[in-house]
Write a protein that binds this ligand. Structure first.
Ligand code: HEM
Length: 135
């Protein structure tokens, strides 16, 4: 069997927290319509409970991402790799900003745009992360 290294742990933790942040949003989106039908008043409580799991996971994704930035010699990497890292980080930050707009927005537009763009940018960050690894 292959032996794990510090890189294995670093990537494992980054992907673990990222999967809670990204996958959790899609799981919640699938559950909410059923919750709304069964018990309309409960949706807010479920969303708040999800936030208590998702935001720490987002923070830990950022922290482990910074760990990766220190571990990988970005300055020696190709300009394509550097551009992809920048795009990856920009999408990750955008996913946090749009999720915050979705959570705190008062209008229906803020809710819809924040939710849609939050999910889209989170998916983009995930895809670009995997693209980095396959470089
Ligand atoms: C929505 C947030 C994020 C998601 C979904 C995400 C996802 C991923 C994934 C799936 C990988 C590939 C892991 C693998 O090798 O199999 C990755 C790699 C990476 N991520 Fe993220 N990430 C996010 C945020 C961040 C942030 C905020 C940073 C920097 C501050 C960052 C920096 C990196 C770096 C440098 C790598 C390459 C690591 C390496 O190849 O050793 N990520 N990310």
């Amino acid at each position: 069997m292959l032996s794990p290294s510090a890189t294995t742990i670093r990537i494992f933790l980054h992907v673990l927290f990222a999967s809670v942040w990204v996958g959790g949003q899609f799981a919640l989106a699938g559950i909410v319509p059923a919750v709304r039908r069964a018990s309309p008043g409960t949706t807010k409580v479920i969303a708040q409970a999800f936030g208590r799991v998702a935001w720490p996971a987002f923070g830990l994704t950022v922290l482990t991402g910074m760990w990766s930035l220190m571990a990988v010699d970005i300055s020696a990497a190709s300009s394509e790799y550097q551009g992809t890292v920048l795009f990856h980080i920009a999408m990750a930050i955008a996913s946090g900003v749009f999720a915050a707009v979705h959570t705190n927005g008062k209008s229906k537009a803020a809710l819809a745009v924040g939710g849609a763009l939050g999910a889209l940018t989170a998916l983009a960050a995930l895809f670009l992360g995997v693209l980095l690894r396959s470089a």
